[in-house]
Design a binder for this molecule. Structure first.
Ligand code: HEC
Length: 192
């Protein structure tokens, strides 16, 4: 820590020097660095979807379309109908929706037996999948492949339309297996 203090002093010294040298132009372009960020650039990064569905985009998806999306972009790694692939198994329920992961850590976790929210499935797929080229799917394709995975897990029916209104209403089998760790009291603070 002590060695940091001279370093911080020299950094703040440099900042003062730059401000002094840049004189009148400081107000227009502080330090002469960077530029204002366009709203469209912020929007491109601002894609998080929360458990309650906040942040879900416009558009909708169907199970039938999701099957096509899955065949094209997901099947090679996750296997036929979400099982038996070279990467994570996505489909599978446990009888009576039991939750044995504490006593049996080797048990395979899937979307159907472990994920507490359907909304974050959309978020995860849009953000991270396909693994080799995340970001290539349109919002409609993400909605559809989400619908297909929920259907394969027997959570929604085949004719379900998934969109910003319906996805947050999907109740996942493992929903009540998770509780909020509120030791920091952040959650109750945010709710006020
Ligand atoms: C190139 C291989 C590959 C492709 C293609 C691929 N995935 Fe994945 N997927 C992975 C890997 C690897 C992981 C584990 C990533 C990790 O744990 O960080 C994963 C994890 C996941 C998970 C999380 C599983 C869990 O329970 O933790 C989901 C959901 C998922 N993929 C959906 C998809 C969907 C939908 C597609 C098609 C749009 C897709 N993946 C395409 C390799 C792939």
């Amino acid at each position: 820590m002590q060695s940091l203090i001279p370093l911080m002093r020299s950094i703040s010294g440099a900042v003062v020097l730059v401000l002094a040298l840049s004189g009148n132009s400081v107000a227009e372009a502080p330090l002469g660095l960077g530029r204002a960020v366009e709203q469209t650039e912020i929007d491109a990064w601002d894609i998080d979807v929360r458990p309650d569905g906040k942040g879900l985009p416009a558009g909708q998806g169907t199970v039938a379309h999701g099957e096509q999306v899955y065949a094209q972009y997901c099947l090679s790694c996750h296997g036929e109908a979400g099982k038996g692939g070279i990467n994570d198994q996505l489909v599978g329920r446990i009888p009576f929706d039991a939750f044995p992961f504490g006593s049996d850590p080797g048990k395979t976790k899937t979307v159907g037996n472990y994920w507490p929210y359907a909304t974050t499935l959309f978020d995860y797929i849009r953000r991270a999948m396909p693994y080799s080229s995340p970001g290539v799917l349109s919002n409609e394709e993400v909605y559809s492949v989400t619908a297909y995975l929920l259907y394969l897990n027997r959570i929604v029916s085949q004719d379900t339309i998934i969109d910003a209104d319906t996805l947050p209403t999907v109740r996942m089998p493992a929903r009540d297996r998770f509780v909020i760790d509120d030791r920091t009291r952040t959650e109750s603070f945010l709710r006020q």
